[in-house]
Design a protein around this ligand. Structure first.
Ligand code: GLC
Ligand code: CA
Length: 558
């Protein structure tokens, strides 16, 4: 049993919904809030307890809602505030909590604060953003935007030497957190949302809010003469003051759950972020999510990672987080490719067996599991044949940057196919009907994925051996089985084994997990005990089959 009220969220199982691609209730091609309401009873049967809703705020959708033009309004393409209130209520009736996405580093350039600021130098909102004079007909410094290509500065319309700053696209001007008035305007907005009865927030790109105030140029790290903006704007000294203040004025008094998208945080800084007095309940750790690339914003730097490295990265992450706080474990989200394609090297195992092996690996780690829509079905990446077919704003940036760095168009297309954020954003396959059951209309805002006809909710719901039912079983085991206490509260303890492609760990006194992440059978001594989960129908005592994964309940094993 979890003891304190303060961390009620430790037992939650999160499910991320990307609204545009979940369910389209009115056949205009775009998923919407009413679609989510319709499908709530189905999602409820999974056993998840909290929904993380990607942005549904008013937005011109340049970055699919992560460019907000009004924090307190709902984008009409998704529905109305009344729909959202109904969703919160209907979810509550099913004991499901809702958390919203909170974008505090930037707004859309269409936000009235920004529009007023650029039209009028005396605007009360001028100091809400970051304006600087250029130098010698060039931007104020050589920082490169986080989407992979081009400066992080753009000329203010109508000006010839005045620039505004944006870590992300030029349609996402950065807010000036040095300005107290801006900060408190954001806190008011956050408290307004909390009063609506949501349980908390996933907090977008939060480690970018503090920029080095020297705004100095850096040594270039690419052929473009620019340097990654994160070197001067990600988790920089002084950010603690802002994050503390944010927490004190909003989340803490409301006892809200918060998950920071906090890239750039080193393990020895975790105490400040998620310790007893930390700024957030949890943060996402990207160390192994980005194991396939040298940097999450430069997809052309692919790595040749090994299972051994993945294993070491997971152990390191778990032990570091365990020392100070609680983890937010995930395989996928709306910015990541599908996990089956990323983590399963042998295409022959990008199937039920492989999907279940990955599921077992991540789900029982210490912390809260986060499931991204479609992951529970085993949805895979989509392949595209031309850069023109991509919707994601960061895909062309990465494509053209790769070419600039000397790769061929064919190579650049491969990098983008492997990493494009579109992979996660295709319509959810509900059934084998028209448009995969996403709607019954004529169009979808983004092309459907091509996939195995067995991969959809309707088919998998009825198939006992499906990936979907495997997820149901895992959730049930974590929440109510005899291993419940070990899986919730037990320490993470790596189990040593001499087989480099088998990942093994223990939770608490009785739970042991064994996952073979290779396409060969592996000899390994398995413990005696009750097998609670197995992605094959058999289990030998000294061998794991290719991609075999098991959860075993052992007698006291301290
Ligand atoms: C976060 C979001 C991503 C978005 C970016 C800018 O990384 O997850 O989707 O593009 O922030 O808001
Ligand atoms: Ca719709």
């Amino acid at each position: 049993m979890l003891s304190t009220n303060n961390n009620w969220w430790k037992k939650e199982i999160f499910y991320q919904i990307y609204p545009a691609s979940f369910k389209d209730s009115n056949n205009d091609g775009i998923g919407d809030i009413r679609g989510i309401i319709q499908e709530l009873p189905k999602i409820h049967t999974l056993g998840i307890t909290t929904i993380w809703l990607s942005p549904v705020y008013q937005s011109p959708m340049v970055d699919n809602g992560y460019d907000i033009s009004d924090y307190k309004a709902i984008n009409p393409m998704f529905g109305t505030m009344k729909d959202l209130d109904e969703l919160i209520q209907k979810a509550k009736d099913l004991n499901i909590k809702i958390i919203m996405d909170l974008v505090l580093n930037h707004t859309s350039n269409q936000h009235y604060w920004f529009q007023d600021a650029i039209k009028n130098p005396n605007s009360p909102y001028r100091n809400f953003y970051i304006f600087k004079e250029g130098k010698n007909n060039l931007p104020p410094n050589n920082w490169r935007s986080n989407f992979g290509k081009g400066s992080s500065w753009t000329l203010v319309p109508g000006e010839n030497n005045l620039y505004y700053h944006h870590v992300f696209s030029k349609q996402q001007p950065d807010l000036n957190w040095e300005n107290k008035e801006l900060r408190f305007a954001l806190y008011d907005m956050i408290n307004w949302w909390l009063k609506k009865g949501i349980a908390g927030f996933r907090i977008d790109a939060i480690t970018f809010i503090k920029k080095d105030q020297d705004f100095a140029s850096i040594t270039p790290d690419g052929n473009d003469g620019l340097g990654k903006v994160k070197r001067k704007a990600e988790n920089r000294p002084g950010i603690n003051v802002f994050l503390n203040e944010l927490n004190e004025h909003t989340f803490k008094p409301a006892n809200a759950v918060t998950i920071g998208e906090a890239s750039g945080v080193q393990y020895d800084q975790l105490d400040k972020f998620i310790g007893k007095k930390g700024y957030f309940s949890m943060i996402f750790d990207f160390h192994y999510a980005d194991i396939d690339v040298r940097s999450g914003s430069e997809w052309y730097h692919q790595t040749n990672w090994t299972v051994q490295e993945l294993n070491e990265a997971i152990i390191k992450s778990q032990l570091a987080i365990q020392k100070y706080g609680w983890g937010a474990n995930f395989l996928e989200n709306h910015d990541q490719p599908r996990s089956i394609n990323k983590y399963i090297k042998d295409p022959a195992y990008r199937n039920k067996v492989g999907a279940k092996a990955l599921a077992t690996l991540f789900f029982f780690l210490r912390g809260c599991p986060f499931i991204y829509q479609g992951q529970e079905l085993g949805v895979q990446n989509a392949q595209r044949t031309s850069i023109k077919q991509f919707n994601d704003i960061s895909s062309p940036d990465n494509y053209y940057r790769a070419i600039e760095e000397g790769f061929s168009a064919k190579e650049a297309l491969k990098f983008v196919n492997d990493r494009s954020r579109d992979n996660a954003r295709l319509p959810y396959p509900w059934s084998n009907e028209i448009n995969d059951g996403f709607n019954t209309g004529h169009k979808t805002w983004i092309g459907l994925g091509k996939h195995n006809p067995q991969i959809n909710w309707h088919t998998e719901d009825k198939d006992e051996t499906s990936i979907l039912n495997f997820y149901r079983a895992m959730i049930q085991i974590r929440q109510t089985s005899s291993l419940n206490d070990d899986l919730l509260n037990g320490d993470f303890i790596p189990i040593k084994n001499s087989t480099s492609s088998v990942i093994t760990y223990q939770r608490g006194q009785h739970a042991q997990v064994f996952v073979n992440l290779s396409s060969q059978a592996k000899q390994i001594q398995l413990p005696l005990g009750k097998v609670l989960l197995n992605n094959y129908s058999d289990l030998k005592s000294e061998e794991l089959l290719p991609y075999q994964a098991v959860l075993i309940e052992v007698k006291n094993h301290g």
